[in-house]
Design a protein around this ligand. Structure first.
Ligand SMILES: Cc1ncc(COP(=O)(O)O)c(C=O)c1O
Length: 427
């Protein structure tokens, strides 16, 4: 069958293996003519077999998981929507506005608060947009800095580099919370934003954002919360009875918030949300955004870094929220939380290792009871050799687990067996 002989080829027709050219990946020239898919399907699939599948249960330290099937279906159906051109996609744009409203409601926005936001490509973009807004709102500050704890996600390094903003890191206390006296001492006239983290990348800990809010009030500062992971975990754990200092728009000082549907929201990659009080909304066009001058939705102000911007993640997440509701997500998050406890229980049986900090959400860090970076590196490598994938935070000498929805108690049981064996054989 010639590729050009029909205008439409079904998926099954394309992907029925017949012809196999094993060396296609070693070619360096851009193909001159199109090739029948049968000639490149097997190399493609064999190459992709190198990727670790989530359903193997072996990915124990990533903040990602397969999308929920409802999200995946909606995504596939509406894959052509482009929110970079809202004039062509007013329906998708309306869903985005509604999604922002629903997420604001989840994160403490009350009826009297004017706010808005956008879907983004993830926590990095949301944090970047937030810092750009903070900077734009304070044009008189020539040498801007932001104050954040040492547990900051590395996206802030990118922000610092791209936007020429000084990063001022407050050190962590032995319990891994930021030293708030030192945090306050770092604030000065050039500080454009304080940043609190609701769910640190390494340990899933929640900064004392309520105390940061007091500082924001005292010094009249912008306050951004990086809730990329925790923003879609904490509201559900609170409902289950866990207690946290307030971390979201319930604090009137919180200016902006970053939360990622592609993490515990089980939405497709990439999807983040940037939420902003008073600015960043469609209604509030005068601050911090960029005009799109020429497209069919001309005159629209955007805060996103991306120009062409996928609309399908918006549609997928909006649909998933309708499908699961708060209760459905709650069940998923409760399972992940219970697994975190099971893991902790299993680990308490292994005297060579210790849990770095009591988990506050479904993220847990371990290190050797006598901390030793070389041993941690070696353990990480031995686990990888056996096909177990944890997060390795070399700087703080820990291995990270994240109990995502694809992890089960059976996976954890098998993991602990291998872990004990490795410790016996090599340490
Ligand atoms: C706290 C925190 N902020 C920001 C990010 C960046 O998110 P993304 O990878 O979606 O850009 C992460 C990623 O894990 C994170 O843990």
């Amino acid at each position: 069958m010639e590729l050009s002989s029909k205008s439409y080829i079904s998926f099954d027709e394309i992907f029925s293996p017949e012809i196999f050219s094993p060396d296609i990946l070693s070619t360096v020239t851009f193909p001159k003519t199109g090739k029948n898919p049968k000639t490149w399907q097997i190399p493609l699939e064999n190459t992709l077999k190198n990727d670790i599948p989530y359903n193997s249960g072996r990915i124990l330290g990533a903040m990602s998981t397969p999308p929920h099937e409802i999200a995946a279906k909606l995504y596939a159906k509406y894959i052509d929507r482009n929110l970079g051109d809202r004039g062509l996609n007013p329906g998708t744009a309306k869903l985005e506005n509604h999604l922002v409203t629903l997420m604001g409601n989840l994160l403490g926005v009350d009826d009297s608060t004017q706010f808005g936001g956008n879907m983004t490509s993830g926590g990095t973009e949301s944090n970047l947009i937030a810092m750009n807004l903070a900077k734009t709102l304070q044009p008189h500050i020539q040498r801007p800095n932001i104050v954040i704890s040492e547990a900051a996600h590395y996206s802030f390094e990118k922000i610092s580099h791209l936007m020429n903003i000084e990063l001022r890191y407050a050190p962590l206390l032995p319990d891994f919370t930021p030293d708030m006296d030192k945090f306050e001492a770092l604030i000065d006239d050039n500080t454009i934003s304080l940043v609190g983290i609701a769910g640190t990348s390494a340990l899933g800990l929640v900064d004392p954002i309520d105390q940061m809010a007091k500082l924001a009030r005292k010094y009249h500062k912008f306050l951004h919360v990086d809730g990329a992971f925790g923003g879609f975990v904490l509201p559900f754990l609170e409902e289950l009875g866990l207690k946290y200092p307030q971390y979201d728009f319930r604090l009137p000082e919180v200016s902006t918030f970053s939360v990622d549907p592609h993490k515990m929201g089980m939405n497709i990659n990439p999807s983040g949300l940037f939420l902003a009080r008073n600015s960043g909304s469609d209604k509030d066009h005068d601050q911090g955004g960029f005009q799109i001058p020429y497209l069919a939705g001309g005159g629209h102000q955007t805060f996103n870094i991306l120009g062409t911007r996928p609309g399908a993640p918006v549609i997928a997440f909006w649909g998933l929220i309708q499908y699961l509701g708060f209760q459905g997500f709650s069940q998923i998050i409760k399972k992940s939380w219970n697994l975190t406890h099971l893991l902790q229980e299993y680990l308490s049986d292994i005297p060579q290792l210790q849990v770095v900090a009591p988990p506050q959400m479904n993220v847990l860090g371990i290190q050797f009871s006598n901390p030793n970076k070389n041993n941690t590196r070696k353990l990480n490598q031995k686990l990888r050799d056996r096909g177990w994938y944890l997060g390795h935070f070399d700087q703080c000498d820990l291995l990270r687990f994240v109990m995502m929805p694809h992890v089960s108690s059976e996976h954890l049981g098998a993991f602990i067996g291998d872990l004990k064996q490795i410790l016996r054989d090599y340490f």
